[in-house]
Design a binder for this molecule. Sequence first.
Ligand code: 5AD
Ligand code: SF4
Length: 418
Amino acid sequence: MSGFLIKTFGCQFNQLYSATIADALTRGGHRPSESLGEASLVIINTCAVREKAEEKAFSFLGEAAKLVGASHIVFMGCTATLDKERAVRIAGRGLNVVEGTADVEHVLAVVGTVVPLGELDCTAPHSLFPTADIELVRGCESYCTYCIVPRARGPEVVVDVGEVLHRAERAVGSGFSELLFLGQNINRYRSSLGGLVEVMCSVDELDGNFWFWFLSSHPANFTPDEVKRLMELRHIEHRLHLPLQSGSDRILERMNRRHTVADYGRLAEPIRENADWTLTTDIIVGFPGETDDDFAHTVDAVRGFRFDGVFLAKYSDRPGTPSSRMQDKVPPAIIDERHSFLLNIVQDLSEQSNQVLAGRFLDVLVLSAHAGGNAFGRSIDGRNVWFLCSEPVPGIGTFVSVAIDHSSREGLYGTRVF
Ligand code: 5AD
Ligand code: SF4
């Protein structure tokens, strides 16, 4: 018996692979450790999208190497693929590095050389219960000029539609309440059945009480008609995450996003016309060449689309990307200023978006519940909900109805009604 500690940076793909490894380790008789001091296996699953996450991973690696030794560490994910040399310089020669991000079996084979593992269950990792993450597309070929993902994760590999539907059916059949379909640009999914919408229609026909949604969409590979068809499905969550990145057409072109703000508006329209749906986005501030005028367009777009939530990032220069070779970088002080200006607006929008729900009843998926009656969940439109409930407290993964009495920018507060 030995303890393992998994440190995960970055996207939902990394969460999925970390959870799959955690499951295999648990089945092999290992237990999670709370601290580096107690762990005899440390797995660091890295993200290269922004410099900050990379620096954190390298500093964690340095600490882990001192405490547990390089031969008990597995260094994996995007940074491990792109900069193995630096990792070995920090930790020492014995470090186990997994290069490549596509193949979980390969990762497990490396982990298995350090400690024995249990069997792999392909349904969905139990440690993410009640959500079953299911990959549709691995890798990315969209080549946004700022993004390291196409280099780190490589070309697109599409998962066979039969396998996708099989996993979805097994997950619902074994009690998962939510399916989350994944692809860096999920709108590029293609199969014998059709694209994303056709597969989601088939998922919608599965028997059972479940919700589903998907990440991430790309406006250039999506049509308003597809958005409308998805909105009609019975089991779909009432939320769309659609990255805009910038509100300036000039910057979108330099980002190689292949759409305009007006194109985005046509996709957002059916969502904005339906008060039961939320729209969230990603925005990068300070992309090379972004002028005050470009930034003002982004501010206008964020206000105009009334986003319910925005993941706001400062542009981070990633070596090897086309934008890293652009000459007209925005000074860090200006990026900071624009970031905090927009952050205030984004937070106000989230607060307003939540405010209007006081007095309403919402369907909520229970994610945690404690004796004494404090519970937490997520509403069908993707909001955090903290609520009180009388005994018996609802089980994780059940659906409840919550009467909302007040809100903050972080979420909603209320009481279970049944
Ligand atoms: N700098 C800042 N943000 C980035 N993202 C991707 N690459 C960068 C970068 N170099 C953001 C984008 C993307 C999200 C996953 O991360 O907004 O949608
Ligand atoms: Fe990066 Fe663009 Fe691919 Fe998203 S779609 S992973 S931002 S290259």
